[in-house]
Design a protein around this ligand. Structure first.
Ligand code: F3S
Length: 63
């Protein structure tokens, strides 16, 4: 199975970058924290951009 991303919400500072970068995978929930709603909604390389871009590095891969 492909690896899938997840957000450590305790660390998310609600910057919104991941949801802006890859809206097919990430969105902001009702508490304005990022969540993964479609882990396979975009290619891995695209999701990696969000992983790399998160200012607090709270997006991880799970095998
Ligand atoms: Fe939060 Fe990082 Fe996204 S701070 S909103 S998980 S880019």
């Amino acid at each position: 199975m492909a690896k899938i991303p997840y957000v450590e919400q305790d660390a998310c500072i609600s910057c919104g970058l991941c949801a802006d970068t890859v809206p097919e995978v990430f969105r902001m929930n009702d508490d304005n924290l990022a969540e993964v709603y479609d882990p396979t909604g975009a290619p891995e390389e695209k999701i990696q951009e969000a992983v790399d871009g998160c200012p607090v590095s709270c997006i991880y891969w799970r095998e």
